[in-house]
Design a protein around this ligand. Structure first.
Ligand SMILES: Nc1ncnc2c1ncn2[C@@H]1O[C@H](COP(=O)(O)OP(=O)(O)OP(=O)(O)O)[C@@H](O)[C@H]1O
Length: 244
């Protein structure tokens, strides 16, 4: 087991962002997470990566308790993530952004110019290596967000709504890239509102509502769960519509 959360809770005043969350991520799998706006998806990533500290509960990564570990410690253990809103260093070039990410999160023996060049290649950014991040198109900013996460050499890659705002063709390109990464052994957890893209990659799905896991399992079965249809899709069970 790569990641294990047990009874994790997080509140912001009256708002419950994580409600007794118990879940795991198997090594090598591709897991999807969906839920309405404000359901607690990004908070879950923030709890996993250490941006937020849990009020209670336990988080284990690679079998070690990381509940109180810093963002950097978790990153160096192999937890990489992309942010919903890309936040590169705007005045640094793409290449410099990757070196900075590698410096932050990479285990020493895997940090190299060669590895950075490989990541530029696979993310389709090779010809943008010397372009300032602030001058990139949205698709290339998304690619850079993914490339920065990869530069930390993650075993576990947490992707937060990486397909949002892209055209159908751009989204397809990104999906193929994520599939390739998963096939190369990178474990993926992907939060995404573009459900058809998500379902073409993941083999398991978790649904959150007000910080609580309300369904999980095989994606098609989960999407047809009456509770999920009601909560996420706004479909009444009487309508009897099959989804996905
Ligand atoms: N730092 C914070 N301070 C106060 N409230 C917060 C904070 N972060 C998140 N919240 C609240 O916690 C709840 C869950 O937010 P979160 O961003 O995790 O949801 P989400 O499922 O990722 O939503 P979206 O799909 O809109 O990105 C929301 O009500 C949000 O307003």
């Amino acid at each position: 087991m790569l990641l294990q959360l047990t009874g994790v809770n997080k509140r912001f005043g009256a708002v419950v962002a994580a409600d007794d969350v118990t879940m795991h991520v198997e090594k090598g799998e591709a897991l999807g997470i969906i839920g309405a706006n404000g359901a607690g998806k990004s908070s879950l990533f923030n709890l996993c990566t250490g941006v937020l500290k849990a009020d209670s509960g336990e988080i284990k990564f690679h079998g070690h308790d990381v509940t109180r570990a810093s963002v950097r410690e978790r990153c160096r253990e192999g937890m990489g993530r992309s942010f919903q809103i890309p936040k590169p260093f705007e005045s640094l070039t793409v290449f410099e952004n990757l070196l900075t990410a590698a410096e932050f999160g990479c285990k020493d023996d895997r940090r190299s110019i060669g590895e950075t060049a490989r990541i530029l290649e696979i993310t389709g950014l090779a010809d943008k290596a010397n372009t300032e991040a602030g001058k990139l198109t949205l698709l290339n900013r998304k690619r850079l967000e993914l490339a920065r996460a990869l530069a930390t050499t993650p075993d576990l890659l947490l992707l937060d709504e990486i397909a949002g705002g892209l055209t159908e063709g751009e989204c397809h390109e990104l999906v193929e890239l994520i599939k390739d990464l998963n096939a190369q052994g990178v474990t993926i957890v992907w939060i995404e509102h573009i459900v058809h893209a998500l379902l073409s990659v993941v083999s398991r799905l978790i649904v959150l509502e007000r910080g609580k896991i309300i369904a999980q399992g095989e994606p098609k079965a989960v999407m047809n769960d009456p509770e999920v249809k009601r909560s996420y899709l706004g479909i009444d069970d009487d309508m009897d519509e099959e989804v996905a």
